[in-house]
Each structure stands twice: as structure tokens, then as C-alpha cells.
Design a protein around this ligand. Structure first.
Ligand code: TA6
Length: 279
């Protein structure tokens, strides 16, 4: 079953329910804010304090950071993580591949306000496949007569039992930029959490596993050279919008990205796809 729904404040989203899972995808930002395989816990975390209002980023699920990750390189008045996540996407196609698999494609193209921040004509296609696994493909096409660079991330928030129970496996020996210290380091072993952690791992070419006691979530990336791992811990969490003071205890962000030096250069008419598969 696929249906277009509206909340009381007219916030529009696509609701999916097939033999494998249920999911919800906001038209704003092509933002998946629920993915729940049947008879299992929801895989994606959503803040109880999040709004669902157009022009405000939803806190949780998988925000799409595009056409830049983090702060804009030259104008700090531009929105952090780009404008895609607060832009209205159009519906291209929804199809029930089979009773276990549903596919939705949404599209964003340049518009006057986007051209003011990112002076290029583009098409951004988001193809989401919902079954026992979730996959998201973010395809950027350069529609103009000059090259442009992007950085990007599928900023996935994952549900966890408790921050003290989890480890992130698969980044051992990878170099990372520590956003808290501005230093470059090399990862030793698995990542565990005991304080604020905000790192951009580079040249990542392996499957990343979120290990939460007996439960393991695997994140396989294609067209992505960076992985961002983030937890705000208590002090930053208490200062962030749409977070409850203890929110940090129940999520970890593992983001499939092309960030910092891993930017993507697209010549006219070239395309690039970033794909994440979550199982
Ligand atoms: O991906 C990590 C990060 O860049 C953190 O530094 C923090 O800012 C987080 O994203 C959330 O950003 P947001 O703009 O969604 O509040």
C-alpha cells in the first residue's frame, strides 16, 4: 500500500506499508522519517521533540545534506547542510515492485532561491526502496554549461538501546577529521561513545556495522568516500533544536557522505549517485 497523506498542518508525506516493512517519506527534503520492518523495532530514530513543518528540518530519520555538508564554504547565512532538506520535492514515481518491495522516486530541480545560494541548474533524484532492507539513491545531474562541486550526506539517525551499549565497526585504521578538535587522526578499533563525538572518516570502502548488543545494522555505501559518525552527548544535546535532554542516549548518526576533501566535481551533463543500503 502506498498513499499520499497530510498531517493536520498540511505537512505532506508518502506512507508505505508492504509485506516487509512500513515507512514514511516527507515530500519536503525527500526525507525518510520512519522505516520499520514488521515485527522489529524502528530502525531509524526520530526525535519526540521534532516538528513536521515545511521550511523546518525534521530532527531524525535520514535528512539529505546537499549541495553542501556542514557550514557553507563562504556564506554562513546559508543553511547548514544545504537547502535540499527544506526544499519541496516533486513525486516522480511510486511502484510496488512486488508484495515485499516498494520503490518511490522524488525529484528536486533548481528554483530561484536555490540559484541564489547555488548558482547552477541541477536535477536531484532520490530513489528509495523499502523492503526488509532500506536503500536510498541520491543522484545529482549537472544541467548547466559549467562544472560544479558538491559535498553531500545521507545523515542517518539510528535507533539504539542505549549509547553505552553500542559500537561502530568497520572503520579501524581509517583516517578521520575530528570536527571537535580540527585534527586528523587514525581510528584504532571500533568506535564506542563516552563523550561528544563528531568525525568525518575519509576513503572509506567497507561495510559499516552498528553493533547494539545482539542487534547489528549494516550500512553499505556506493559512490561515497566519507562516513560521518556523530553523537552530541549531553551538553551539546541540551543546546540543540528539536532534541530532548536525553536524546543523545538513544541515537547514533552514521552518515553515508562525500564530505570535506571527498567533494564531487560534476561537469556539464554529468551525474553522480550516492547510495546507502541499510540492512
Ligand atoms: O553530521 C554531524 C553534524 O554536522 C554535527 O556537527 C551536528 O551539527 C549535526 O550534523 C546536526 O546538524 P543539524 O544542522 O541537523 O542540527
Amino acid at each position: 500500500m502506498i498513499s499520499l497523506k497530510k498531517m493536520q498542518n498540511r505537512f505532506e508525506y508518502i506512507s508505505i506499508d508492504n509485506d516487509s516493512a512500513s515507512a514514511k517519506i516527507a515530500l519536503q527534503g525527500a526525507h525518510i522519517f520512519e522505516f520499520k520492518p514488521h515485527n522489529k523495532r524502528a530502525i531509524l530514530w526520530m526525535s519526540q521533540a521534532s516538528d513536521y513543518e515545511n521550511s523546518k528540518a525534521i530532527r531524525g530519520g535520514i535528512p539529505i545534506c546537499w549541495p553542501w555538508f556542514g557550514q557553507h564554504a563562504t556564506d554562513e547565512s546559508f543553511p547548514q547542510h544545504g537547502f535540499a532538506r527544506t526544499s519541496m520535492f516533486s513525486h516522480v514515481e511510486s511502484k510496488e515492485v512486488d508484495t515485499h518491495t516498494t520503490q518511490v522516486t522524488l525529484k528536486l530541480q533548481h528554483y530561484p532561491q536555490s540559484l541564489a545560494m547555488f548558482p547552477y541548474r541541477f536535477e536531484l533524484l532520490v530513489k528509495i526502496t523499502v523492503s526488509t532492507i532500506l536503500s536510498i539513491e541520491l543522484t545529482t545531474t549537472n544541467l548547466c554549461d559549467k562544472s560544479f562541486e558538491i559535498t553531500q550526506a545521507l545523515h542517518s539517525y539510528f535507533n539504539i538501546s542505549h549509547i553505552s551499549n553500542v559500537a561502530v565497526h568497520g572503520l579501524d585504521k581509517k583516517r578521520y577529521y575530528d570536527a571537535l578538535t580540527g585534527e586528523h587522526q587514525e581510528q584504532v578499533g571500533d568506535i564506542t561513545f563516552s563523550e561528544e563525538l563528531d568525525r568525518v572518516y575519509q576513503e572509506v570502502d567497507s561495510v559499516i556495522s552498528l553493533v547494539d548488543k545482539a542487534k547489528v545494522i549494516n550500512i553499505e555505501n556506493e559512490g561515497s568516500a566519507s562516513v560521518v559518525v556523530w553523537n552530541p552527548w549531553c551538553e551539546k544535546c541540551s543546546k540543540m533544536s528539536a532534541m530532548e535532554n536525553d536524546s543523545y542516549e538513544t541515537f547514533v548518526c552514521i552518515e553515508s557522505a562525500n564530505a570535506l576533501d571527498d567533494f564531487i566535481l560534476l561537469k556539464p551533463n554529468e551525474s553522480h549517485t550516492l547510495k546507502a543500503t541499510i540492512a
